[in-house]
Design a protein around this ligand. Structure first.
Ligand code: KIV
Ligand code: ZN
Length: 517
């Protein structure tokens, strides 16, 4: 048996499923390209049948990603599989992932079918998926709570029907490591054709055991781990990619297993996913938390200064954290910015140095010191600006104070046109939002969540506003960053409006395709 464990990333499917609002096609592509750089083997890009937006994301990722297999999810339903095949056919290498539940509780209460009927559906789905590709994965949903005899029968039949990977999910995060390891071991002992497929695991974190269960599974022969960046996913999330990858690397001598992950890309990918998904990483999170490599106690600090391995089992550099930095201020030259971007893992073609440097100087004038986070945010927001240019804020003025009615005036570019509006509100942000809705005419957009955060360090931090808005039954997420709270809020709202326009365009194209126009 090989010692190479495949890393199957499902940040864009299981992870995205758990976000308050779906990501745009561009955001998903940005994450997919980061995952490709990180060296994951398989990227599960989405669930194509679920919406035109998801179809488009999977198709775009399938077209752009060259060094990882791109995968789409489908229920054991022919229409789902056809949507996957259609979205993925532009890829260099692709996989169709089809699933059906196998535990008594799911088979009886959810599917309301007999075990034999479910088995027949699984076999038919796998055979149908094989018409599109030789790379078919089948998942036994809720395998962790499935009767072991039935699970063995299902795995054997799935492999016979043509599944090349069989996934054993602990869908509800119920098992404990010795128990989950024993399930995998039993499959290896009892399924006669098990050597004809890769056995995969997909563990949820409801009891905080997703990573431990995944490690137990590879110790018993599983050779694919499904995981997400920062462990995001349904409920308490999925197995965290950075943790499992660093366990296999740091304890390689003991476990004897390797992955293709380039660990130096871990920190950067984690920050990108956290930023785009607007999901903060807890400071004491293993590997990527802000405190993961900081030492507080005097005894520990003394130890570290004498020998780093007294209190560090891996180096921050090994996950892409560089602690020795020059301060960045308005006196820093272009070459310093370029050098720092290089240290952060950006290649020259990933950003425009002139645009970044101008934005950096403006920010440095306002803030004094500029941090790595600020630089990455500037690149991120510049990319957004280039991508979603239908609405742009040209002018903003807001008034508020004790005893005054808050008011705001905005001037916007809307495609080829420009418009101005003034409005009042409960506060300056509300007034600015009302003015924007007035000038754009987007009165179908309803704000359902508004969060204010500070990004960066100390009193110099930037304001980050995230907005979730509902539009035509779907939720959209927008993030805005500025030194000023009102401007940050306005940027977040404009980001949402640009995304609703893109979604409308995708829906329209899909409708035209269905109508054969
Ligand atoms: O948790 C789960 O069982 C899943 C399957 C679709 C693989 O996400
Ligand atoms: Zn899952």
């Amino acid at each position: 048996m090989t010692n190479r464990v495949k890393i199957f990333d499902t940040t864009l499917r299981d992870g995205e499923q758990a976000l308050p609002a779906s990501l745009s096609v561009k955001e998903k592509l940005q994450i997919a390209l980061a995952l490709e750089r990180l060296g994951v083997d398989i990227i599960e890009a989405g669930f194509p049948v679920s919406s035109p937006g998801d179809f488009k994301s999977v198709q775009t990722i399938a077209r752009e990603v060259k060094n990882a297999t791109v995968c789409g999810l489908s229920r054991a339903v022919m229409n789902d599989i056809d949507a996957c095949g259609e979205a993925l056919k532009v890829a260099e290498q692709f996989r169709i992932h089809t699933f059906i539940a196998t535990s008594d509780i799911h088979v009886g209460a959810k599917l309301r079918k007999s075990q034999d009927e479910v088995l027949d559906m699984a076999v038919a789905a796998i055979k149908h998926a094989r018409r599109y590709t030789d790379d078919v994965e089948f998942s036994c949903e809720d395998a962790g709570r499935t009767n072991i005899d039935y699970l063995c029968r299902m795995v054997e039949n799935a492999i016979r029907a043509g599944a090349t990977t069989v996934n054993i999910p602990d869908t509800v995060g119920y098992t404990i490591p010795s128990e989950f390891g024993a399930i995998i071991q039993t499959l290896f002992n009892r399924v006669p054709n098990i050597d004809q497929a890769t056995i995969s695991v997909h563990c949820h974190n409801d009891l905080g055991l997703a990573v431990a269960n995944s490690v137990a599974a590879v110790q018993h022969g599983a050779r694919q781990i499904e995981c997400t960046i920062n462990g995001i996913g349904e409920r308490a999330g999925n197995c965290s990619l950075e943790e499992v990858a660093m366990i296999l690397k740091t304890r390689e001598a003991m476990l004897g297993l390797q992955t293709g992950i380039n660990s130096q890309e871990i920190f950067r990918t984690s920050k990108l996913v956290s930023q785009i998904c607007n999901m903060p990483v807890q400071s004491n999170k293993a590997i990527v938390g802000a405190n993961a490599f900081s030492h507080s106690s005097g005894i520990h600090q003394d130890g570290i200064l004498k020998a780093q391995n007294t209190y560090e089992i891996m180096t921050p550099e090994s996950v892409g954290i560089n602690k020795n930095h020059l301060n960045l201020t308005s006196r820093s030259g272009r070459h310093v910015i370029k050098h720092r971007m290089h240290e952060l893992g950006y290649k020259d073609e990933d950003y425009d140095l002139d645009t970044l440097y101008q934005a950096f100087l403006k920010l440095a004038d306002k803030k004094g010191q500029v941090f790595d986070y600020d630089l990455e945010a500037l690149v991120f927001f510049d990319q957004q600006k280039q991508q979603q240019a239908h609405y742009e804020l040209l002018y903003l003025h807001a008034n508020a104070g004790k005893g005054m009615i808050p008011s705001a005036t905005v001037k916007m570019r809307m495609g080829e046109q420009e418009g101005t509006a003034s409005a009042i509100g409960n506060g300056p942000v509300d007034a600015a939002f009302n003015a924007i809705i007035q000038v754009t005419g987007h009165d179908e957009v309803e704000i359902v969540d508004f969060k204010l955060d500070s990004k960066g360090e100390g009193a110099d931090a930037l304001a980050q506003v995230s907005v979730v808005a509902e539009y035509r039954g779907r939720r959209f997420n927008g993030i805005g960053l500025a030194t000023d709270i009102v401007e940050a809020g306005v940027k977040a709202l404009i980001y949402v409006l640009n995304n609703t326009c893109l979604a409308d365009q995708i829906d329209e194209k899909k409708q035209q395709k269905i109508a054969g126009v």
